[in-house]
Ligand binder design. Sequence first.
Ligand code: PLP
Length: 403
Amino acid sequence: MGETTVPPTAGLPLTWSDLLPWGAGDFSQQLSAWLGVPQVQLECSGTSALMVALRALRTLKPGRSEVIAPAYTCPLVALAIAQCGLHLRLCDLRADALDMDSARLQQLCSDKTLAVLPTHLCGRVADVDAALQCARAVGAYVIEDAAQALGARSNGSTVGMQGDVGFFSLAVGKGLSTFEGGVLLARDAEIRAALQAQGQRTKFSWWWELRRSVELLGYAALYRPSGLGVAYGKPLAASLARGDWVEAAGDDFDDMIPQHRLGRWRQTVGARALQRLAAFQQQTADQARNRIAQLKACGFEVVEDAVPHAQGVWPVLLLRLPSPQSRDAMLQAHWGDGSGLSLPFVHVLPDYGRYDHVLAAARQDDVTQARDWAQRLLAISNSPWLDDARFARLLGDLQQVVA
Ligand SMILES: *Cc1c(COP(=O)(O)O)cnc(C)c1O
């Protein structure tokens, strides 16, 4: 087509000067200041951060073995819970918001529950208060899965501080990236100490650090309009040609979650890029506001924060289309052409099949509403590289598809 390939989400591009190995200061301190929290703890991925949190909370409540997550979430969450020797339960979603149904959550909570995971999916702020009420009634913890929501705020402070623990992802595609990385935060000093003690068990690995450093260099080189055709467009087209939507969406994860330290040089790169994150998020928020208004004016349902007084972040614009058929038709027409359409996740967790071995009893949990969401959601990239003309064409095609 000759047009640039738009990345599926609005990631912050790196500049060559981000890669200088000196003089950027301490990343974790800068990130704490940026978020307005006393302290953050760096891990090698969001998933690894979740595992550190689960193990730390288990030392505080050793008798508890169940973790409740939304039925529509990243499969890595299920893998992390299994790797910690814990049991997943799946909570169905509300019909009117992309968030856990609190009546269902209440039924799932018991004295076996270690933690509940309200999830700020695609930057949309979830109702953490509702999760806290259910969790507190049975003495369980709340871990905010804010993997896709670095920079999102609620009630005047960053997401992740309302529950007992919060975590962000620094993976490619989630905003600020050290290729892979994770961030833990906690309000309570006792829980922070438990997270630290658990985190200190993780060892530095030269092999992983070398690999991730090379990958980060590749990201710096190719995450630009001229590079994404090769780095993202080609493999995507190959997956779609095979009809493999799970691979196309990047939902094909291996069982084993590596745990190691986030190395110094990658922290320096993160610290430099962080200087530009607020301005970038302002730009993408402005673009989102403008495009959401256009989508709504055409009668489309745009997914918003689940609570009032929240300011989510906008890696993508999320639409709920009227039917699975219209959603699939739009993907068939445009997923492979680099216009920036994608799916947050292809399925609810029990519908992948490939994750059945970690779901166990959770395969029997009712996921009716979540499945409906999974079949009708469509993500439009909010990358600035999706220009107004191309967005206007997508909007025109969307109107045709639902007509
Ligand atoms: C990506 C993601 C994770 C895992 O984060 P990684 O840094 O990729 O390990 C967890 N939860 C959600 C909702 C995610 O989108």
